[in-house]
Design a protein around this ligand. Sequence first.
Ligand code: PLP
Length: 658
Amino acid sequence: MRKPVSRVLVINDEILVLREFVKGLNAAARSLENPLGLVFLGMTTANEALARIESDGDVQAVIVDDKLYSLNGGKSTKPELQTTALELVQRITRLRPELDVYILIAQEQEDEVVDTLFAESVDGYFYREERDYRGMYRIVNAEVQERARTPFYDQLKNYVWLAKDSWHTPGHSSGESLRGSPWINDFYEFMGEHVFDVDLSVSVPVLDSLLEPRGVIAEAQGMAAKAFGSRRTFFATNGTSTANKVIFQTLLAPGEKLLLDRNCHKSVHHGVVLSGAHPVYLNSSVNRKYGLYGPVPKRAILEAIEQHDDAEALILTSCTYDGLRYDLPPIVEAAHAKGIKVIVDEAWYGFARFHPAFRPTALEAGADYATQSTHKVMSAFSQASMIHVNDPTFNEHIFRENFNMHTSTSPQYAMIASLDVARKQMMMEGYKLLARTLALASELREQINSTGAFHVLELDALLPDEVREDGIRLDPTKVTVDISSCGYTVEDLHRELFTRFNIQVEKSTFNTVTLLLTIGTTRSKVSRLYDALMRIAREGRAAGRLYQASQVPEFTRLHCLPRDAYYCGGEAIPLLDEKDSLNETLIDRVCADQIVPYPPGIPVLVPGQVITRPILDFLVGFLRSQRRLELHGIVYDGYLPCLRVLKTAEERAVKRLN
Ligand SMILES: Cc1ncc(COP(=O)(O)O)c(C=O)c1O
């Protein structure tokens, strides 16, 4: 197993003192237990230290002298103050908030220094004169070990090694029911013994309960809160899909207003039905050239906040699937000024806290809630997500009731452990891994452009016109490639990459594919992709015509709350009439379901929405398209595609919205 290296910087401007400190601390590290590989390095200037912190992902802690002087490049003999501990701590935490920071002080200055640094994230103080290197080492080492702890995973592992006889669920009893079976033991062999060993249940009290955490799960969640910069963090084992619904049901009573991007993930629209919220849809910007739906224009958000100052909450997706992220601080500020809570769906952006290139995170920008699919972009198992809460008026009781309503009483323990481990990884090496991912993304961009047939879309090309001035930024780990000159349709390119080169891409539009780089992306994977694209480019196929899907029609209006419409029995009316033409009797009827074409995944209709001819035109066109597209929400009467709509009597009976 590879052993970690943990570098600790000691910053002091007096060379002799510094040498003595570094020597003493390294001697202590050698003579005492050192499982995390602590090594102490001396730096005489703040700038040198900051450069090292920026370039060296193995730096885990910093010991800063409370005042750093310099001799002004040798020009003067009078020492000048380089920086104060306060300034340096602030600069370090802006760069890497996960690092442990200690201050070296003179005993007589203790009160003054501690008072100044009170609000900063300082992990401890050492008296300069004491020279207690072994004591200092023990404290620094203990603190790094503390961050590297995984309370839930450790306990789970211990429990498995204790090998208790199981008289409880799950039925496979640590895999016993599979191991001896001539029919399914191959599944046991294939999956591996520990998959079954760790599949335990709430019957094991030492593993705590996700539904009422007080032990190791509570501890693991507390450590995640510290790592991700929230007041509270909750582990969700049914993805961000559930996380969004839990927050809606916590914040919104039936009829209360929610401002939402119409391009939000479908779980957000499901959450509207479940909570009974009154949705106010904000139209996303559209990049027509590439069929990409982008952020909602800032002006539209700010106007909606003004116009609907009675709204309870606003939810936005940042970053989007394509990596576009909002300039959140002014939006959050405007929402808070009206008492509106801000929820940010960071399903694709959970890692952002751990590298300054991606910050500010939603929470750093002031959001009240952030939901993150840890599994999408970090080392957690599928469905493992986190809900981070910074809402100053958080109602934990209501939240807990809703969380438990959506959470299985038999959650997957491997998933919880993977959240604990993913948090540890981001704390200990997130910065380093993200720096590598950024470098690979930049290399990949250059390589793709060098093929001549494929072209990476940078921010300027991705941005729809209506959001150009909105301060939107691009997450460079999402790489969207224009494929229109390569001679393949997007479907053929997908097939070619998959069957000939073993490559599966993340998503596509009619003339783009999006590649997702994560902390798991390797240089060889990048090379294989480049090689595949280069080979395709060298074939020199003539660019063909690409068929653009029609744009999703404008939102119309709501007849009633989505929840009221959804729970009507309704009736299924065919989209086409006997002559196979658009069924005009559907015009002006009220839809009972959410109808979502994939791609792009934006609902064309939501429950309660009034159907119009352009919407029907779009749906019929979509169904007749030759491409293999999905249309979720359609009811089939035999082979006949239908929409579930409210019966006329139901339309009259439901409470109308003005
Ligand atoms: C923006 C957004 N939010 C939420 C989700 C749901 O996340 P999960 O798969 O963790 O349930 C997705 C999934 O693709 C998404 O794209």
